[in-house]
Design a protein around this ligand. Structure first.
Ligand code: PLP
Length: 389
């Protein structure tokens, strides 16, 4: 059977969160009660004004194909939003709507990276980056994010990794899985290393609104960087719309045309009524998002305090996203083993840090996109289970 599949499939990785979720759900089917801290999905409903806009569009007959890069109105709204927030001129022709944030990784890496090209990516980081780099035959070059550096990029180290073969640098701020954030000075220092070279920057800004301290700054705002930057953004996290599958990329026209061709060759377009829901999300009231972020901050403070009170666990306070990345090295077990132990012993589903790359070993990733009550229960359960080791 082996030779019935393409060789390239052996290069493609996966996202362990979905596997862990399946294991946890199997335990639930057997009657066990599990607290889910594995999946990165806000537990709030999609704001009503957004859902209603989607329903109105459906009832109004938006059930046909749309132009492959998206309808003009939502692309105009996104262009205006990015222009305003990043301080750069953006035209609708530089915006491509896709089915979630993830396809922008898939398409932009497919459209720019040749076999043998080097791509520098954050490690620990979102697992799909490394998976896609390998899939297209690129060479993944991890830039380690270390706890002693608050899980931020060390600019000197980054500089030492840039070579004549570097084709792309992937940035993600606020970051999954560590919740770290790159301040304006850091981003400007990174841009200085990139300007003057033929290197793309894939800037994953999907957690842009989930930031508790500091101000969001995009590398596209640095003079000279806009043409080299692919902004990855979407609605899943900011508007609690994970299941709608709506995201977008902002990039120069030439690349936008290539990515549009990949859309034509795969999904054809995002359903029109979903695009209209996205239009409402971007142009309508932002109060639901602000409330959600307030709640996340409260939960972050509770989970960080709770984890630090457990003997053998230490946890930094992340400035953004909805994840914590506690250090569990004192337990002398691999992070996967410990995550598995906590699932079966404590009924708490989390992820081993190495699911986000080799430099994630020694940590767990917990998502606090769950109720405060569940988070407090989970902390008690984790504490009791770890005390038995
Ligand atoms: N980028 C990062 C860093 C993420 O954590 C995620 C989702 O977890 C995505 C992109 C993908 O988001 P979407 O669900 O919109 O595809």
């Amino acid at each position: 059977m082996q030779n019935m599949f393409s060789n390239r499939m052996q290069l493609l990785g996966t996202e362990t969160a979905f596997e862990m979720l399946a294991k946890a759900q199997e335990l639930e089917r057997q009657g066990k009660e599990i607290i889910h801290l594995e999946i990165g999905e806000p537990n709030f409903p999609t704001p009503v004004n957004i859902t209603e806009a989607g329903i109105r569009a459906l009832q109004g007959g938006m059930t046909k194909y749309t132009p492959a890069p998206g309808l003009l109105e939502p692309r105009q709204a996104i262009a205006a939003y990015i222009s305003k927030t990043r301080g750069i001129p953006v035209e609708p022709e530089e915006v491509v709507l896709v089915t979630g944030g993830k396809p922008i990784m898939f398409y932009s890496i497919l459209a720019t990276v040749n076999p043998g090209d080097e791509v520098i990516y954050p490690n620990p980081g979102f697992p799909i980056y490394e998976s896609m780099i390998r899939f297209v035959g690129g060479k993944p070059i991890p830039i380690p994010l270390r706890e002693e550096n608050s899980f931020q990029i060390d600019i000197t180290e980054l500089n030492s990794l840039i070579t004549d073969r570097t084709k792309m640098l992937i940035l993600n701020s606020p970051q999954n899985p560590t919740g770290s954030f790159l301040a304006r000075e850091d981003i400007e220092a990174i841009a200085e290393k990139i300007l003057g070279r033929d290197i793309w920057v894939l800037s994953d800004e999907i957690y842009e609104k989930i930031l508790y301290e500091g101000e969001m700054f995009s590398i596209s705002s640095v003079p000279g960087m806009k043409e080299k930057t692919i902004i990855l953004n979407g609605f899943s996290k900011s508007y609690s719309m994970t299941g709608w599958r709506l995201g977008y990329g902002v990039m120069n026209r030439e690349l936008a045309e290539k990515i549009t061709r990949l859309v034509v060759n795969s999904t054809s377009c995002v359903p029109g009524f979903i695009q209209m829901a996205g239009l409402e999300a971007i142009t309508g009231p932002q109060t639901a998002t602000a409330k959600m972020v307030e709640k996340f901050k409260e939960r972050r403070n509770a989970i960080v305090a709770g984890l630090n009170a457990i003997s053998g666990v230490t946890c930094l306070t992340p400035p953004g996203a909805f994840y914590v990345f506690p250090n569990i090295k004192s337990f002398k077990r691999s992070s996967d083993e410990l995550a598995e132990y906590l699932l079966y012993e404590a009924g708490v589903s989390s992820l081993g840090g190495q699911a986000f790359g080799a430099f994630g070993e020694g940590y767990l990733r917990l998502s606090y996109a769950n109720s405060l009550e569940n988070i407090k229960h989970a902390i008690k359960r984790i504490e009791n289970a770890l005390a038995k080791l």
